[in-house]
Design a protein. Structure first.
Length: 578
C-alpha cells in the first residue's frame, strides 16, 4: 500500500512540474495576446466614444438580424441561393406589362390545347353531374357501365402497345383477383380484431417479400397503397432518426434519376433532396455522392432499377458508403423489385442489391407491378423494427381513444391486400422466375433491335425491363407522336431528351415485340428522310418544357392536366367548346 502511494506521489509531482514548464513556455505568447486584446478593446472603446448607448444597441441588433438573414438565405432553405434568385428574377419579369401578358397568352394557348385533346367524349356521351333521382337496377347499371364507360376505354394495352401500365392482364389472374376481392370487399385492416384473417394475409405478404430480398431474422416491413407511399414512409422513418441526431433539415442524397416521390416526401416532411450526378450509363456517380455527404444527410438512396432509363445504380458501393459514414441506405426497387429478386434464378445474374448488403437498411418494391397484384399495392421493408417504428403515427390524447396507424392512410382497402396475398401464392417462386425470364428476354431483344436502327441510340443501360432511346438526328418527341398515331403509347423523358418502353408480361406474347420494332423502323426511316420537321402537338410541348428556364411556368402547365382530369363542364379557356 505504501509503495503504491509513493508511486502516485511521484506521478503527481511529475505532472505538476510538466504543467509549470508548459505555463512558462506559453507565458510570452499569453502576454502578447493580452496586449493585442487590450489594444483592440481600447480601439473599440475609442471608436464608440462619440456613440450614444441607444445607437450601439440598435447597430448590434441590426447586425445580428443581418447575420441571421444571410445565414438563412445561404443555408437554411430548401432552394439554393441561385435557385431563389432565379425564381425572383422570373417572377419579376412576369410582372412587366409588356412581357407578362404575352407569357400568359402562351400559357393559356398550351392549356387550351391540353384540355381540348384530353379525355374527349364520343357522340352522345356526357358527364353525370348529380345523383340519379332513383337508384339504377343491377342489370341496367352493368349495361350502362359497359356501354358508357368501358366502351370508351383504350384497349391497346391488350395488344402490347402501351409502355408499362398493365403488367400482366391475363384473364385467369383477373378472375382470381376478382373472386378474392369479393370475399374481402368490406374488410378493413384498421380493425384486425374484426378481420384477423386479413391481418394474417398482410403479415404473410410482408414475410414473403422479406424472404425474397434476403432479409435477416429481424427484417420486417409494411404493406402500402403504392410505391409513392412506400417511399414516403421510408423517408419519414429516416427523418425521425435524423431528428434524434439533432438534424433540423434532413437531406435525402439520391441520384438525379431517382423517383420524384422522394421530392414529394421532402415537401411533405420538411426535408430536402440533394441530387447526385450520374455517369455515362445513367448510374449514380459514387465519388460525387461521397463528396456531397454532410452533417444533414439522413439517407443515401439508390434505384434498382431507376424508372427513366432502366439502369441499376451501384447499390453495393452505396451500401459501403452508408457503412463508412454510419448512414442508412434505401434501395428503391418499386419498378422492378419483383424482377430483380428472381433474375439470378432466371439466368440473368446481378450484383447484390438487397439485405445481403450490410449497409442496406430498407427496400421499397411494388407488388402491383411485376408482382401482378391489383393496383394500389406495394411494400416497404426494413432491416429491423427500430427503423420501421419511425414511419408510424400515434396520437395518444384524442378524445376518440388512442389513435395509431402504420402508414399514411387510416382506413384502407383490405380486399387489395387479400388479392395481393392470393396473387403471390398463385404464382409462387417458380411462376415469378418464369415470368421474369420472359420479360428480360423480351427487353434484351427489343434493346438489340433498337441498336440496329439507324438514327437511334440507347440512353442509359437496360439492366432490367426498361429500354430508353433518343436520337441525334431528329426530334425524338416527334417520333413519339408518330408512334402514338400507330397506336403505341411510350414514355417521354427529359434531361436528356429521350423516350422509353417499359416491357411487361404483355409484350412477351408472340409477335408483339416484332411489331413494335417494325413500326419503330418505319417511323424512324420517315423521320430520317425529313429530320428538320418542326415539331407540333405534344412533341412541341415536351420540347418546350425542357428549355423554359422559369420552371414555375412548366409546373403551372402540368397542373392543367389534373384540372382537366376532374372537369365535367367545359373550361372557360375552351370558350364554351364541348
Amino acid at each position: 500500500m505504501a509503495s503504491t502511494t509513493g508511486t502516485d506521489s511521484t506521478k503527481l509531482s511529475g505532472l505538476t512540474e510538466f504543467i509549470q514548464q508548459y505555463k512558462t513556455l506559453l507565458k510570452p505568447y499569453a502576454d502578447t495576446a493580452l496586449v493585442y486584446a487590450n489594444n483592440c478593446r481600447t480601439a473599440v472603446n475609442t471608436y464608440c466614444d462619440d456613440w450614444e448607448p441607444w445607437q450601439i444597441i440598435l447597430c448590434t441588433l441590426g447586425l445580428t438580424v443581418a447575420v441571421i438573414w444571410i445565414y438563412q438565405f445561404l443555408f437554411d432553405h430548401d432552394l439554393s441561393p441561385w435557385q431563389r434568385l432565379s425564381k425572383f428574377f422570373f417572377k419579376t419579369i412576369r410582372k412587366i406589362p409588356i412581357i407578362g401578358p404575352k407569357i400568359q397568352q402562351e400559357i393559356e394557348k398550351t392549356m387550351r390545347e391540353i384540355e381540348s385533346k384530353l379525355f374527349p367524349l364520343g357522340p352522345g356521351q356526357r358527364y353525370v353531374n348529380q345523383l340519379p333521382d332513383k337508384g339504377i337496377k343491377e342489370n341496367e347499371l352493368m349495361k350502362l357501365i359497359e356501354d358508357k364507360y368501358h366502351a370508351i376505354e383504350s384497349h391497346n394495352w391488350e395488344k402490347g402497345m402501351v409502355s408499362g401500365t398493365v403488367y400482366c392482364g391475363s384473364q385467369d389472374l383477373t378472375r382470381l383477383t376478382a373472386k378474392v376481392y369479393g370475399e374481402f370487399a368490406w374488410a378493413n385492416p384498421l380493425h384486425p380484431d374484426v378481420f384477423p384473417g386479413l391481418r394474417k394475409m398482410e403479415a404473410e405478404v410482408v414475410a414473403m417479400c422479406v424472404r425474397m430480398f434476403n432479409g435477416g431474422p429481424k427484417a420486417c416491413g409494411a404493406v402500402t397503397t403504392g410505391g409513392t407511399e412506400s417511399i414516403l414512409m421510408a423517408c419519414r422513418a429516416y427523418r425521425a432518426i435524423a431528428y434524434e441526431r439533432g438534424v433540423k433539415r434532413p437531406e435525402i442524397l439520391a441520384p438525379k434519376s431517382v423517383h420524384a416521390a422522394f421530392d414529394k416526401a421532402a415537401t411533405y416532411f420538411c426535408m430536402k433532396v440533394v441530387r447526385v450526378p450520374q455517369d455515362e450509363n445513367m448510374r449514380c456517380d459514387i465519388k460525387a455522392m461521397e463528396r456531397m455527404i454532410n452533417k444533414n444527410t439522413c439517407v443515401l438512396v439508390g434505384s434498382a432499377p431507376q424508372f427513366p432509363h432502366g439502369s441499376i445504380d451501384p447499390i453495393e458501393d452505396i451500401s459501403k458508403l452508408a457503412l463508412k459514414y454510419n448512414l442508412p441506405c434505401h434501395v428503391d426497387a418499386c419498378l422492378g423489385g419483383f424482377l430483380i429478386a428472381f433474375m439470378d434464378k432466371a439466368g440473368y445474374p446481378l450484383q447484390p442489391f438487397d439485405f445481403r448488403l450490410e449497409g442496406v437498411t430498407s427496400i421499397s418494391a411494388d407488388t402491383h407491378k411485376y408482382g401482378y397484384a391489383p393496383k394500389g399495392s406495394s411494400v416497404v421493408l426494413y432491416k429491423n423494427e427500430e427503423i420501421r417504428s419511425g414511419q408510424y403515427f400515434a396520437y395518444p390524447d384524442w378524445q376518440g381513444g388512442l389513435y395509431a396507424t402504420p402508414c399514411i392512410g387510416g382506413n384502407h382497402c383490405g380486399a387489395i391486400i387479400a388479392a395481393t396475398c392470393a396473387v403471390m401464392m398463385y404464382h409462387g417462386e417458380q411462376g415469378y422466375v418464369e415470368a421474369t425470364r420472359k420479360v428480360i428476354e423480351t427487353t434484351r431483344y427489343i434493346e438489340a433491335g433498337i441498336r440496329e436502327i439507324e438514327g437511334l441510340h440507347i440512353v442509359g443501360s437496360s439492366d432490367v425491363s426498361v429500354v430508353a432511346f433518343g436520337s441525334l438526328d431528329f426530334d425524338i418527341f416527334q417520333l413519339s407522336d408518330m408512334m402514338t398515331k400507330q397506336g403505341w403509347h411510350l414514355n417521354p423523358l427529359q434531361f436528356p431528351t429521350s423516350i422509353h418502353i417499359c416491357c411487361t408480361l404483355v409484350h412477351t406474347k408472340t409477335g408483339y415485340a416484332d411489331k413494335f420494332l417494325n413500326d419503330l423502323r418505319l417511323v424512324t426511316a420517315e423521320m430520317m428522310s425529313k429530320p428538320r420537321t418542326k415539331p407540333d402537338g405534344s412533341a412541341a410541348m415536351y420540347g418546350m418544357a425542357q428549355t423554359i428556364p422559369d420552371r414555375s411556368i412548366v409546373t403551372q402547365v402540368a397542373c392543367t392536366y389534373y384540372n382537366a382530369y376532374y372537369r365535367t363542364t367545359p373550361s372557360p379557356l375552351l370558350n364554351g367548346m364541348e
